[in-house]
Design a protein around this ligand. Structure first.
Ligand code: NAG
Ligand code: NAG
Length: 580
């Protein structure tokens, strides 16, 4: 009796252990088609799970398109489930436990074809059981450090005939360690976000004798970062790009850390490809590690941004991000931090920071600074990119959005109607803004009102009567809300505001929607003297009372545009027949 009990106990332990282990190891839930009584058929290769643009690796945080496609022209399916499974690792707090790593976020691309799964975590399934030969969903790869992820598909031709797993319906992707993360996510050529966005960029340099000792300039006060220069722009505009030649302005910038010509080149494109020119102050010794801030606006057309910071001294090396997609899943990217590694502008062939100038003739295309170099004179002699310390980091943060109605592209004769459309939408705008929770709750109402009154969604500009006759400026716009970390009801951080230079009574460098319509209007330039002597933005420390509710959450919540459960289907409705 005692023996039997003991034996039973042992068995129970074994079962429990196996069951627990199994549960932890797999999030594989029941993926059989609703109502099916059959076992899965062996995959026959007619259906395939694909992650567009990659086979076996992912760039952390990047948004991918995942699809199930029929590999022949005649196969169709009605039901599907695509699920993501994270790696497991030993729990550092309890070595006998395994914990599952985050497998990223699978989500529908279109609520008509897919919805979050009723039954499985990290899974999407058909919204309706229509007949189809392909389906497309999004997968946002997890952040760095989450190892490998397995994406699995179940494909149902009908209730009786269905397939799951096996090589054509399973994809294992591991974090791409070879890629630094300042590479561009896949472009969204059809950004569907009508709201406009204001972003803050923070560049923080990490280039010092400590971090990059090899061949670091002997003279400590020599190294510096150039100004941060760039633009928010549309998909056609290129400021710099790997495998492309740089402009003269960019050459000066990369070689001499002098941005004046480059800025002129960018300014020329404001209104035709460029929305905002980005400019932040570069720091030199001993403030090399001090953050540089810049702000810009993005919209449905201008949803990419490019920036660069030159390293000085260096042959033609710079840090930067190019054509970075902010409208990644048709919502504005909330926040991202990127580590920056040096690029080579292709105009000077020097191998180290302080090499003498050697003109590269003919000019070369932009590429990574040569790593694993066999040249002993290179700071990157036998250095693997993986082991290289980043030279800087760039934080991209959505500050706020401005509600905008989606307006069809207007041709010239319809233009007269556009104004009235905007006016009509104004009352509606207030409520929508309040509902989405995207507006800053502690902003004075006054700000919001003026915000709506101007077509562009910003405070109207007023000339500052006290500004100099030669360098007229607008009055400073409102201070933006204090930004910092809220601790015990107090926040100490910084806040910023901006104003604009006026040329012939027109605010220059401010986006003007009419510029697009009137291409022949003369381009206005702010005199160099004015730009050098009158700053157009300022930033200061601030200390305010705050409530501890996290602000960032609101933005993040706003990003999830689709409900996990489609209307009309409750979360718990498990049984649904798949008609065929
Ligand atoms: C930057 O380059 C311009 C010419 O493009 C020149 O006039 C200016 O003096 C340079 N600035 C510095 C600080 O060298
Ligand atoms: C303006 O809109 C109205 C309808 O809202 C339309 O009938 C009219 O033709 C439009 N005018 C122009 C110039 O497009």
């Amino acid at each position: 009796m005692t023996k039997r009990l003991k034996f039973g106990c042992v068995l129970w332990f074994i079962f429990t252990f196996v069951a627990l282990k199994y549960q932890v190891l797999s999030f594989r839930c029941d993926r059989r088609p609703y109502g099916s009584m059959t076992q899965p058929s062996a995959p026959d290769g007619r259906f395939k799970l694909e992650v567009v643009g990659t086979e076996d690796s992912y760039i952390p945080g990047q948004l991918y398109t995942v699809q199930i496609i029929a590999t022949d022209d005649k196969s169709f399916f009605t039901g599907f489930v695509i699920s993501a499974e994270g790696d497991t690792k030993v729990d550092p707090k309890n070595p006998r436990r395994m914990i599952a790593l985050y497998p990223g976020d699978l989500r529908p691309q279109d609520t008509l074809t897919a919805k979050f799964s009723d039954r499985c975590l990290y899974a999407v399934e058909q919204a309706i059981a229509s007949t189809k030969s392909s389906v497309v969903v999004y997968w946002q790869a997890p952040e760095s450090g989450n190892g490998c992820v397995i994406l699995r598909a179940m494909v149902a031709e009908n209730e009786e005939v269905w397939f799951q797993d096996g090589s054509p319906l399973t994809q294992r992707l591991c974090e791409d360690m070879s890629q630094p993360d300042d590479v561009t996510p896949i472009l969204n050529f059809d950004c569907q976000t009508c709201d406009e966005a204001k972003y803050e960029l923070t560049f923080t340099g990490i280039w010092s004798r400590n971090t990059h000792p090899r061949l670091y300039p002997e003279n400590d006060w020599l190294p510096r970062f150039s100004d941060l220069v760039g633009a928010s722009h549309d998909t056609s505009y290129v400021l710099w790009m790997p495998d492309s030649l740089v402009t003269d302005g960019f050459k000066d910038f990369a070689e001499y850390a002098n941005s004046s010509k480059l800025e002129a080149e960018i300014r020329e494109n404001i209104g035709s490809g460029v929305r905002t020119m980005i400019k932040g102050k570069g720091h030199s010794f001993p403030k090399m590690g001090k953050p540089t801030y810049a702000f810009f606006r993005a919209d449905k057309t201008n949803h990419l941004f490019t920036v660069a910071v030159a390293l000085d001294p260096s042959p033609d090396w710079f840090l930067g991000v190019t054509r970075y997609e902010l409208c990644q899943d048709n919502t504005w990217l909330a926040e991202r931090e990127l580590r920056l590694y040096p690029w080579d502008a292709g105009t000077d062939s020097g191998v180290s920071y302080e090499s003498a100038n050697i003109v590269t003739y003919p000019q070369d295309a932009v590429s990574r600074v040569a790593m694993s170099s066999y040249d002993r004179n290179s700071p990157f002699y036998e250095t693997d990119m993986k082991d290289l310390h980043p030279f800087g980091k760039l934080n991209i943060k959505l500050i706020r959005t401005y509600h905008k109605e989606c307006v069809e592209e207007t041709t010239t004769e319809e233009a007269s109607n556009e104004t009235s459309t905007t006016t009509e939408s104004q009352t509606e705008t207030t409520t929508v803004e309040a509902e989405t929770g995207l507006s800053e709750p502690d902003e004075p109402a006054r700000y919001q009102n003026t915000d709506l009154a101007s077509g562009e969604g910003e405070t109207p500009l007023v000339t500052d009567p006290d500004s100099s006759e030669y360098c007229p400026l607008t009055e400073w716009l409102e201070w933006n809300p204090c930004d910092g970390i809220c601790e015990n009801g107090k926040m100490s951080g910084f806040r910023w505001r901006e104003r604009y230079h006026l040329v012939d009574g027109v605010a220059v460098e401010k986006y003007d929607p009419n510029v697009n319509k009137n291409k022949h209007a003369p381009k206005k330039e702010v005199p160099k003297f004015c730009k050098e002597h009158y700053t157009d933005y300022e930033i200061e420390d601030c200390n305010v009372d705050c409530s501890d509710k996290p602000k960032q959450k609101q933005v993040t919540a706003g990003r999830r545009i689709m409900d996990p459960v489609a209307p009309g289907h409750s979360w718990t409705s498990k049984k649904r027949r798949v008609p065929y």
